[in-house]
Ligand binder design. Sequence first.
Ligand SMILES: Cc1cc2nc3c(=O)[nH]c(=O)nc-3n(C[C@H](O)[C@H](O)[C@H](O)COP(=O)(O)O)c2cc1C
Ligand code: SF4
Length: 495
Amino acid sequence: MTRVFVSRDIFSVVLGANAVAAAFAPHATVVRTGSRGMVWLEPLVEVETPTGRIAYGPVTLADVPAILAGTAPSLGLTDEIPFMKRQTRVTFARCGVVDPFSLADYEAHGGLAALRKARELGAAATIDLVLKSGLRGRGGAGFPTGIKWKTTADADGDRKYIVCNADEGDSGTFADRMLMEGDPFSLIEGMAIAGFCVGATKGYVYTRSEYPHAIATFDTALAVARRAGVLGNDFDIEQRVGAGAYVCGEETALLESLEGKRGQVRAKPPLPAHKGLFGCPTVVNNVITLATVPAILTGGAEAYQALGIGRSRGTMPVQLAGNVKHGGLFEAGFGVSLGELVIDIGGGTLSGRPVRAVQVGGPLGAYFPPSLFDTPFDYEAFAARDGLVGHGGIVVFDDTVDLARQARFAMEFCAVESCGKCTPCRIGSTRGMETIDKIAAGEKVAANTELLRDLCHTLKFGSLCALGGFIPYPVLSALDHFPEDFLNPQGIAAE
Ligand SMILES: Cc1cc2nc3c(=O)[nH]c(=O)nc-3n(C[C@H](O)[C@H](O)[C@H](O)COP(=O)(O)O)c2cc1C
Ligand code: SF4
C-alpha cells in the first residue's frame, strides 16, 4: 500500500488533519508525523514515491480521491518547496519526517547515536564538544551551553538535576511545542546526554499548561523511551505542568514552581548551576537547546560551529507569526536578515497591506520598522539596535497597528505578569500604563514622555529579572521608531 504522511501536530489537527488522515486510511498506510512547519499549507499530505515525498496542501476531504489517483495538482517534492529548500534543518531535521512515537523510526533517522557517542567519549569530552560547537541557550538569554554544563558538572552536590524549560511563554513562538510534538525523542536524548555529562540522576520537563497536546505526546514518547531502556538505570525524566504564569519561564521562578512554591524570581547568585532545584546543582536549558545537542554530536561540533555569524553559531528555528502570509517555522543559520525572513520567506502580511512593524523576541522584544530590516538574525546585532533575538519569534503587524497601544500593552503585560518581588516592575509597570494613557490623551505630552523614558531607565537598571528589565524594549522602540502614534488622541485614550 502507498504510504501517506499526515501531521498530528496541533497546528495540523485544528486545520482538519485528523479527518483527512481518516479518509486516506482505508486506501493507504497512513503515518502520522509532526509538522514540517509550513502552517499555511496544513493539512499537508505527503505521498511516498521512489524519488521522495510529494506534497499536497492545504488538503480538504474532497481532494483525497484525486490525490490517491495521482491526478491532483501537487506542490512537488516537499524538500523542494522554496520554504523548505532555503532552510538548514539541524534541530528540526526529523520533525515532520518521522513518527514521533516510533523509536525505530527515530533510530533509522540517526537517533540515539549521539547518546552512544557521549557514553563512549565520556562526560568531559562531550562537554568539550558542546563548548566547541558554540551552542548558546535558545530560551532567550543566549548563554553558552557548554559553560553551563561544565559549571554544573564541577559543582559539589549529592544530587544534580536537568531541568528542561518548556514554558514557551513568548508571543509568536511555538518551536518548543513543535519539537515536542514532532520529534520528542531528540529532547529525551538531549536530556539524557546532559544528565550523563553533569552527573544528574533526574530530569524534569516543565511544560506550560496551554500545551495539552504536547504534554500528552511527550509523556507517551517518554514511556516508550523508558520501556526501551533509553534512559539507562541512572537517569529518569518526569514532566511537570505549569499553572500559566509568564514569569515561570524565568529559570529561578520555574525552579520555585517545580518545588511546589509560588513562582517568584530568586536573587542570583547563587546560580542554578550551583544551587538550583531543591538547592542542588541544576542545568536549566530550553527545549531547543537540549534537542540540538544530539545533532551536534552526530553532525560534528565543527560543522555546527561553521554555521552562523559572529558569536551566534549554528542555526536558529525562527518562528514567523502574526499578520504574515507564510507563517511557520524556518530554521536557518544565524545571519539571515530580518527583511529576508519577513518579506522573502514570510511573504509579507496576510492582509496584503504594507508591513509597518515586527516584534522580535517575545513580549519583551523591540518593535522594528522596515528601515531596520537589514538587521541580521544575531544576538549581538539585535542588542546593538536595542532589540532581542529571544526565542526567535517574529510577530508581524501591518499598517493598521497602533504602536502607542502596543507600548501600553507591554506595560500592562508587565503589570499582570510581574511576580511582585521588586518595586520597579511591580509598581513601575502600572505607573507606565498610566503615563502612556496621559500621553495618548494629549496631557503634558513632552513632560510625560520624559517621565516615561525615565521610568524605563529605572525598570531597565533597577529590576531583579529581565521581565521588568527588558519591558523598556517594546516601549522605547515604539516611542523611538513610531513617535507619531503617541500623538494620536484617537488611540488608546478613545478606548
Ligand atoms: C520573564 C522571563 C521569561 C522567560 N521565559 C522562558 C521560557 O518560556 N522558556 C525558556 O526556555 N526560557 C525562558 N526564559 C529564560 C530562562 O530564564 C533561562 O535563561 C533559560 O531557560 C535557560 O535555558 P537556555 O540557556 O537553554 O536558553 C525567560 C526569562 C525571563 C526573564
Ligand atoms: S522584574 Fe518583575 S518579575 Fe522580575 S523579579 Fe522583579 S517583580 Fe519579579
